[in-house]
Design a binder for this molecule. Structure first.
Ligand code: NAD
Length: 464
């Protein structure tokens, strides 16, 4: 097992910083957030290069999904920090008159953030923004599968932020395991349900609260939009939300499409045209398709396609290049529902389309499967929208677009059921790392005598 150099000393330094109270000061939180902003601006080039090196992401995509989104998030936190940090007065029952009560936000303490590789900066720094804004000290363990990004995080955070309060510890599952043995005040985990179970088991030992940001299969219901403008726009957003976001390696990326049989052929024809517009006749030469993260995942995706029944369902794409970890944006029509591709999270540029007699059947289809992180529906049918809202459950439900919810500070980002629990982004990130303490201040002026023993029937009547 790779030992973490002097972990105890590092953690003691963090605890000492927290005990000193300096991270609770608004000035410290603000200065750290501002430094993070400076880091993102000054080290943009290093970040974009690392993302290209790790996952072959185009710098424009990286800016849109990581640097740009993070700059927006830090600015949002800076704008609202004072409001978030302030106590809120609340009412008390008449029996407690006269009393004042308030909810006082306080930091949880020492927190551990374990992140994933597909958006290595966003998934590390979005929680970090919340943790710092809330006044905590933090250990961040980025994913070993994106080593260039992990290394940029370690070096830059060390030089821009207070390194007695924020530490990056790099490494794989052995390092993760050693970190999980420690006592934390909060663990914020992004990754697979398998590792989430390990995290929760370790957290249970110390009664540590956890946020679990997991994945799953996000369906997109695609209705036969009658207007050609709407249809074209929908297809662009579907393809962008699948192939144009880390080549489908996104937790909220579209996993599969549900559409009506009679619409499937024309949908596919239009998707082919739009895919060519986005990635060219030879996508292998396109600089707009990210690469598969590593050989293990490449072979996992290849295996999904190697099933003869699945292979026979490919209607577009399907070429693979192991040397360059490239998989062509691929569309499939009606692969068997029992095949692995329809039961495991795909997490790659393969897009199955499942055709149904009636679009309303999509609701039962979705309900019969584990609850998704996101459901997308491209439709103008208000009745279908209402049914999806009331009859299905998911972390988020987005009409007529995909992925866009990740960029919002005002809606919570997180899963439900198998896609995780807890939420973050904007104020929700602050809350994820905050304990809201109930502070009740009574006066001595008046008292209701019937609140106290000895008990009798008359006091019971008065209490009722
Ligand atoms: P993973 O669970 O394999 O790893 C996640 C992190 O946990 C990594 O940092 C890894 O080093 C660490 N880890 C692995 N084993 C560990 C152990 N035994 N003890 C402690 N730490 C350990 O997941 P991944 O491959 O990095 O990510 C892909 C998954 O994450 C997908 O399922 C995807 O849907 C999900 N995801 C979810 C979100 C979200 O915001 N909900 C975002 C991105 C990815």
């Amino acid at each position: 097992m790779e030992p973490i150099g002097d972990l105890e000393r590092e953690l003691e330094e963090l605890r000492e910083t927290f005990r000193s109270g300096k991270t609770k000061e608004a000035s410290w939180r603000r200065s750290q957030l501002k430094s993070l902003l400076t880091l993102l601006e000054e080290r943009e080039e290093d970040i974009l290069q690392a993302l290209h090196q790790d996952i072959g992401k185009n710098p424009v995509e990286s800016y849109r999904d990581e640097v740009g989104t993070l700059i927006k998030s830090v600015n949002y936190a800076l704008d609202y920090l004072k409001q978030w940090m302030s106590s809120k007065n609340v009412k008390m029952p008449i029996v407690a008159f006269p009393t004042r009560a308030e909810l006082v936000p306080e930091p949880l303490g020492i927190v551990l953030v374990i992140s994933s590789w597909n958006f290595p900066f966003g998934l590390s720094l979005e929680p970090l923004i919340g943790a710092i804004a809330a006044g905590n000290v933090v250990v961040l363990k980025p994913s070993e599968l994106a080593p260039a990004s992990s290394s940029v995080l370690a070096t830059t955070l060390h030089s821009y932020l207070d390194n007695k309060a924020v530490k990056v510890i790099q490494g794989g599952y052995c390092v993760g395991d050693q970190l999980l043995q420690q006592k934390w005040d909060k663990i914020f985990f992004t990754g697979t349900p398998r590792v989430a179970r390990i995290v929760m088991t370790a957290a249970a030992k110390h009664l540590t609260p956890v946020t679990l940001e997991l994945g799953g299969k996000c369906p997109a219901v695609v209705d036969a939009l009658s207007c050609s403008w709407d249809r074209e726009m929908a297809i662009k957003r579907i393809l962008g939300g699948k192939f144009g976001a880390c080549a489908g390696q996104a937790c909220i990326g579209i996993d599969y499409i549900l559409t009506e049989k009679k619409f499937a052929t024309s949908l596919i024809e239009q998707m082919k045209v739009s895919t060519k517009k986005m990635f060219g006749e030879n996508p292998r030469e396109s600089r707009s398709v990210a690469r598969v993260i590593n050989q293990h995942h490449f072979l996992r995706l290849k295996n999904l396609l190697d099933d003869p029944m699945v292979k026979a369902s490919v209607v577009y794409g399907g070429s693979l290049d192991e040397d360059h970890l490239f998989i062509e944006p691929t569309i499939l029509l009606d692969p068997p529902l029992k095949a692995a591709i329809m039961n495991e999270e795909i997490f790659g540029p393969l897009l199955p389309i499942i055709s149904l007699e009636k679009i309303e059947e999509s609701i039962e289809f979705i309900k019969s499967r584990p609850r998704a992180l996101s459901i997308y529906a491209f439709t103008k049918n208000e009745k279908l929208k209402r049914r999806l809202i009331s009859e299905t459950s998911s972390g988020s439900l987005v009409f007529n677009d995909a992925i866009i919810q990740y960029a919002a500070d005002t809606v919570p980002f997180g899963g439900v059921g198998e896609s995780g629990f807890g939420r973050y982004h904007g104020k929700f990130s602050f809350d994820a790392f905050t304990h809201e303490k109930a502070v009740v201040k009574r006066h001595f002026l008046i008292e209701f005598w019937f609140r106290f023993p000895p008990w009798n029937d008359y006091k019971m009547q008065l209490l009722k």
